[in-house]
Structure formats: structure tokens, C-alpha cells
Ligand binder design. Structure first.
Ligand code: GLU
Length: 279
């Protein structure tokens, strides 16, 4: 099977050096292996995605010297595909509607809990008993993690990035206590979460190796579980180290100082960018 990689940015701000590193690495690995490199625009978060950022993504990547196959998949063009995946999970009783707001979750987490302690931020399960027939506009749709891990044999994945290199099998108890009932979508405002949309698209596009930043490593466990639940293939993963600013902080989209467009305007060359990210 030929190597197929992708770069899947969300158009919610300018691409910075960290994105350039992911894109160049995924592109170079595919080219070196005679494989395929795809670009996917992950614009499911309609509150933050903007056309001007999407335009800038194309401009930056062309300037960096990358080429990709057309047509580019834009997630906002195919929400029915994600709805179908959510419906598949819901039909198996693995999704429940949740009306908790952040402060409800905080309050529930500060009360005494039964069972194994949950990691910080893990949903306490307040709405888990609610059937889908009870869903209301504005509800989040959450995965019932306990039911999900009990419904299939635990899948695993191989990781090629230096920090976590090796084969990892999902541990059902850790999935419950460390990830919990993740939000996979939201009713009425037509949003599916990035975690689910990305899994559906990686399978549909035949991606064989996912190259992305170390900050997404933990999400991989949830995504591999979703692949198992939806009977989709699990690609190989390669999480690369993060590019940090001069103070050692990881770059964020709002960190315009490291934006590719800014470097370009200052006369920096694509070769300089490659050197800056260590390629
Ligand atoms: N769209 C995600 C982001 O821009 C990346 C998704 C991925 O590489 O899996 O952070």
C-alpha cells in the first residue's frame, strides 16, 4: 500500500512555523516514498473558521513549495457524512445528549465521586442516563465511553514519533477515567467535533500515516477508538515535537509573530523556513 499523508489545518488563524513543520514533513515523507500527499480544510468549527484564513493557507503552502492532489476536501461541504457516522454510533446506544454547561460540570466534579477517580476535565456523567429521544436544541452529543469500550475489542496503533515510539493498545479503564464521555457533535447548529470528522475523512481519503504535532497525541486514543467503533482502518501515527517560541511556549494561532505570512513579508525564504524547523 503506498504511503498517503495529509495536512489538515483548521482555517481559524494564520499558519505558523509549527504548521509549516507538519505540512513539510507530511509532504516530504509522501514524496520520498513515491506516495500521495493530500490537503484537507477542517472547517467544522463555524464559529471560528473564516474564508480569509483558508485563502492564506493555500497561499502559504504554495509559497513553501508544496503541491497536493485536487480537489481539496473541505469538511463544511460534507456534514451529512459526519451525521451518518454519529447516527451509526447513536443507533448502537453509544451517544447521549448533554445539556451541561461548563459551570454544571465544574460543580459536579467538585462533589464526591463514586468509582475510579477521573482525570481533570473528564466529564462526570451527569446526563449519561438521558436517551437520544430526550435531546433538546443546543445539546451536546457525547460518547458513552464506558459502553463504547465494552462494545468492541480494544484496538491499538503504531506511533513513529520519537517521544512515544512503539505500539500502543488502548486500555479500557484509562479511556474511561482519562478521556471519558467526549463530545462528538452538537444538535441544531450542525457541528460535528473535529475528532470525529477527522477520523471519518482519514478513512475515506485512504490516509495511511498521520503526521501532526505532539499536542494531538492524547486525542489519538479517542480517534483510534472511534475507528474501532466505526469499523474503519487505523493508520500509522507520527507525532512530531512542537516548535516553541523563544520563551519555550508552544506556538498558537494567535501567535502572529511566528506566522508564515509575516516571515514571507519580511523576505524570509522557504528554505529559511525549512532550516528554522530543523528540516
Ligand atoms: N485540524 C487540526 C488542527 O488544525 C489538525 C488535525 C489533525 O492533524 O489531525 O489543529
Amino acid at each position: 500500500m503506498s504511503l498517503t499523508t495529509r495536512f489538515a489545518p483548521s482555517p481559524t488563524g494564520p499558519l505558523h512555523l509549527g504548521h509549516a513543520y507538519s505540512a513539510l514533513l507530511a509532504h516530504d515523507m509522501a514524496r520520498a516514498a513515491g506516495g500521495r500527499f493530500l490537503l484537507r480544510i477542517e472547517d467544522t468549527d463555524t464559529s471560528r473558521a473564516r474564508p480569509q484564513w483558508e485563502e492564506l493557507i493555500y497561499k502559504d503552502l504554495i509559497w513553501l513549495g508544496l503541491t497536493w492532489e485536487e480537489p481539496v476536501l473541505r469538511q463544511s461541504d460534507q456534514t451529512e457524512v459526519y451525521d451518518a457516522a454519529l447516527s451509526t454510533l447513536a443507533a448502537r446506544g453509544l451517544i447521549f445528549p448533554c445539556s451541561c454547561r461548563r459551570r454544571d460540570i465544574r460543580a459536579a466534579l467538585s462533589a464526591p465521586q463514586e468509582g475510579a477517580p477521573l482525570a481533570p476535565g473528564v466529564y462526570p456523567g451527569t446526563c449519561r442516563h438521558r436517551p437520544m429521544s430526550d435531546r433538546q436544541p443546543g445539546d451536546a452529543l457525547r460518547l458513552n465511553m464506558r459502553a463504547a469500550v465494552q462494545s468492541i475489542d480494544m484496538p491499538g496503533f503504531t506511533e513513529g514519533g520519537a517521544k512515544h515510539a512503539g505500539t500502543h493498545r488502548l486500555d479500557p479503564d484509562r479511556m474511561v477515567t482519562e478521556i471519558g464521555d467526549a463530545v462528538l457533535g452538537r444538535i441544531e447548529i450542525e457541528t460535528v467535533s473535529y475528532v470525529l470528522a477527522s477520523v471519518v475523512d482519514d478513512a475515506a481519503q485512504g490516509i495511511t500515516c498521520i503526521i501532526r504535532g505532539e499536542d494531538l497525541y492524547q486525542i489519538t486514543f479517542l480517534q483510534v477508538l472511534l475507528q474501532g467503533l466505526l469499523s474503519l482502518p487505523t493508520p500509522a501515527y507520527h507525532h512530531h515535537c512542537l516548535i516553541r517560541d523563544d520563551h519555550g511556549k508552544r506556538l498558537a494561532k494567535r501567535n502572529d509573530a511566528r506566522a508564515i505570512a509575516k516571515y514571507r513579508a519580511e523576505g524570509v525564504t522557504p528554505q529559511d523556513i525549512r532550516r528554522m524547523v530543523g528540516l
